[in-house]
Design a protein around this ligand. Sequence first.
Ligand SMILES: [Zn+2]
Length: 64
Amino acid sequence: MIDTLRAGMGIKLRKAHACGENRWEVLDAEQRAKIRCMHCGHILHMDMEKLKKACKQILHETGV
Ligand SMILES: [Zn+2]
C-alpha cells in the first residue's frame, strides 16, 4: 500500500481502466481524491484510503 499521495503525482493502479490504461494522474489528494486517466482523460472520484490500496506504483512525484 502507498502511504502518501499528492496532487500532481502519476500513479499506476492495480486494475486497468475500461480504456486499457492503468496510469492515472492525481488531481486532488483530499480525503475524497480525484484522479484522471492518462489515456482517455476520464476523471474518477475515489476515497483516498481506497485509492491508496488500489495504487500499485508511483510513476512520478509531480506533474507531467
Ligand atoms: Zn481511461
